[in-house]
Design a protein around this ligand. Structure first.
Ligand SMILES: [Zn+2]
Length: 241
């Protein structure tokens, strides 16, 4: 999420950074869904190992889903807000510098384009034209890597991570509630591991990582979570609590 506001957009194309932004959102969505799958699967498998009472499993699942979705939303809201505050502070500082020391700022912009490989003459032409057009946006993009019109919205981030978590959480919840009692746990384990293989594969593709390793990691992680909570549930079942 950190670089979701970074974009190479031209001043005339407010949505030119949309592709990278969309990829980041998508990746965050897949990760959120992953969280929802693993945490809710662990919860319902643990409770189902201790009791066959459907209402107990359902209540635990719904409570886990709600708590998880809210905690994701709050966490995302806080982190994106903090990030946006610091981005806004940087932009305000840049705006102030542009009014107070425009010559110095122009030289700074020329240096940035020279460092990127342009000749001194070309760098000066580019910097002067960008400054004449929209100095603030030019500096925000070249110096800070920020598009002032595309800062991430904390509410949007909070809402979408809660939705992603909920969608993920629904899978183990349905998988444990729909089948007959004796098939509950096996059906859930299989459904969860297949879903995790899918989300692992998608996020590896989005992130450009190696697919096999990513899938193995997320599937093993999910299997371990269910194994641990199943073991805990069994202990309580055996203890007759
Ligand atoms: Zn500057």
């Amino acid at each position: 999420m950190e670089d979701s506001t970074v974009s190479g957009a031209h001043p005339h194309e407010p949505h030119a950074g949309g592709f990278a932004t969309r990829l980041n959102w998508l990746r965050a969505g897949v990760l959120g869904a992953n969280d929802g799958i693993v945490s809710t699967a662990g919860l319902v498998v643990g409770v189902a190992a201790a009791t066959t009472t459907t209402s107990a499993i359902f209540t635990a699942g719904i409570a886990g889903l709600s708590a998880g979705a809210l905690s994701m939303a709050v966490g995302e809201y806080v982190s994106v807000s903090t990030q946006r505050d610091s981005e806004r502070a940087l932009l305000a500082k840049e705006r102030k510098e542009l009014t107070e020391a425009p010559e110095y700022e122009l030289a700074e912009l020329i240096d940035i384009y020279r460092a990127k490989g342009l000749s001194p003459e070309t760098a000066r032409t580019v910097a002067e034209e960008l400054t004449a057009h929209d100095a603030f946006t030019a500096h925000a993009e070249a110096e800070l890597g920020l598009n002032p019109r595309e800062l991430t919205n904390p509410w949007q981030a909070a809402f979408s991570s809660a939705i992603a978590f909920t969608l993920g959480a629904l899978l183990p919840l349905l998988a444990i509630l729909l089948p007959p009692v004796t098939a509950r746990i096996p059906v859930t384990v299989v459904a969860v591991l297949v879903a995790l293989a899918l989300t692992g594969s998608i996020s590896a593709q989005l992130g450009g990582g190696e697919r096999g390793r990513a899938v193995l990691r997320v599937v093993l992680g999910g299997a371990l979570a269910m194994l641990v909570t199943y073991g805990i549930g069994q202990l309580f079942d055996v203890a007759g609590i």
